[in-house]
Design a protein around this ligand. Structure first.
Ligand code: ADP
Ligand code: ASP
Ligand code: MG
Length: 413
């Protein structure tokens, strides 16, 4: 059972969390609990780090001390929830990342879990204890505290479920499931009873922050059934939530299941790049060497000379990408570089796209009807994404949600 930040926002909320745990424990289940930091706490800690050292950390280059600071939020909640459970008469203990241990690589700030040994957690569970594990954190190969990237407690929970061969991983949050789009953007959003791993993976990586992308990857790889549900209802009668499962276990397949908005986008355009073999390799090789993840790429003939190449990346990586490309201006031979932070990515996702035509034209028509200009397009087997100006992001989401028949009034379910 994983409880996110708003679910453990204060001690009163933690008592409710304990009531949910009680229900499962009293039903005879062995329970491992993973908890996030109290709502807002991680943001506060991140801001403290930025205050203490330069945000582009010349000193804490590897984010080792950043991790020491931001991991503390989860330490507090794990202890408090264990205390509350003890008070209720359960044998409960908190476990920090280094105690479980949750072993990660050395990529501080965005570490990946490498292994969780079955002991000692398994022993504690066999002894009838409730283990309350601090989410988001682990211990790196260098022996220091690591963290798993924002939203990482989801990944802690799924990794624990996989390692301990749990029957299920329940992710309790402030919405009662995975919706057709972010309910904060559209009141028409509907809860999905089931979503396939593949669709959820696309949704998470394209902006639906309800689950961290890595947690879905792990769930898919280890076939962990994941349920997303609310911690705000009555503890003794939980709502059904959304089950993330194999595609074969979904009877009612939609062409498009969900619409997402990703605000963390930026675009660079290189104008009049010499039109010759090896130029793309040079540009993207350089960006890869700088550790920058590139997403949508478009190349088109330039009216002046050569080709224009434009591509997107996370906004936080824009400055580094611009620096790297400025230095290489002569070598690459482009005439001008333009950059734009004022862009967002809107995507439609659904496994039904594999076998249906007209999905893209519906999308483009719906956007055209709202006079929204498309800057870049990218597709995969089960998703279509477009890059548009930021101010149209939410409008586009609502228009697409309606165009694919996902609005409440229209839907059959
Ligand atoms: P927690 O603190 O429990 O981890 P998060 O804030 O990380 O919770 O994730 C839950 C939030 O995700 C919801 O409040 C909701 O606004 C947002 N969200 C975005 N897209 C979706 C979606 N498709 N379905 C449900 N929630 C979504
Ligand atoms: N507390 C961490 C964060 O806010 C991890 C999590 O909540 O999943 O990103
Ligand atoms: Mg989260």
């Amino acid at each position: 059972m994983k409880f996110g930040g708003t679910s453990v926002a204060d001690v009163e909320r933690m008592r409710r969390v304990a009531a949910f745990v009680k229900r499962e424990a009293d039903a005879g289940h062995s329970v491992v609990v993973a908890v996030s930091a109290m709502a807002g706490e991680t943001n506060r800690l991140v801001a403290l780090c930025a205050d203490a050292g330069p945000p582009d950390p010349a000193l804490d280059v590897r984010n080792v001390e950043y991790d020491a600071v931001v991991a503390s939020g989860e330490q507090v909640t794990s202890g408090l929830v264990a205390l509350i459970l003890q008070k209720m008469g359960y044998r409960a203990r908190s476990w920090q990342g280094w105690q479980a241990p949750i072993r990660t690589d050395n990529a501080h700030g965005k570490a990946r879990i490498l292994a969780i040994p079955e002991e000692p957690l398994g022993d504690a569970i066999d002894n009838g204890e409730i283990a309350v594990v601090a989410g988001f954190q682990g211990v790196a190969e260098d022996g220091r505290i690591s963290t798993l990237g924002r939203g990482g407690s989801d990944t802690t929970a799924v990794a624990l479920a996989a390692a301990l061969k749990a029957e299920r991983c329940d992710i309790y949050t402030d919405v009662d499931g995975v919706y057709t789009t972010d309910p904060r953007i559209s009141k028409q959003a509907r809860r999905l009873d089931r979503v396939s791993y593949e669709e959820m993976l696309e949704m998470a990586s394209l902006g639906a922050k309800v689950l961290q992308t890595r947690s879905v990857e792990l769930a898919m790889a280890y076939k962990v059934p994941v349920r997303v549900l609310s911690s705000f209802g009555p503890p003794d009668a939980p709502t059904p939530g959304t089950l993330i499962c194999d595609e074969e276990d979904i009877v009612e397949k939609q062409i498009v299941s969900a619409v997402t908005l990703s605000k963390d986008e930026a675009k660079i355009s290189l104008m009049s790049v010499p039109d010759e073999p090896g130029k793309a390799a040079q540009i993207f090789g350089l960006l890869a060497d700088a550790g920058i993840n590139i997403d949508m790429i478009i190349q088109s003939p330039s009216r002046q000379a050569g080709a224009n190449i434009s591509f997107t990346m996370a906004e936080s990586e824009l400055a580094r990408a611009v620096d790297a490309l400025s230095l290489a201006k002569e070598k690459i031979g482009y005439v001008q570089m333009l950059s734009d932070k004022n862009v967002v990515k809107v995507s439609v996702i659904g496994v039904g796209m594999r076998s249906h035509t007209g999905v893209a034209s519906t999308m483009f028509r719906a956007l055209a009807d709202k006079s929204i200009n498309i800057q870049n397009i990218s597709t995969s087997e089960i998703k279509i994404s477009v890059l548009i100006a930021s101010e149209y992001g939410e409008l586009a989401v609502r228009a697409l949600h309606q165009a694919y028949g996902l609005d409440r009034a229209q839907g059959a379910a």
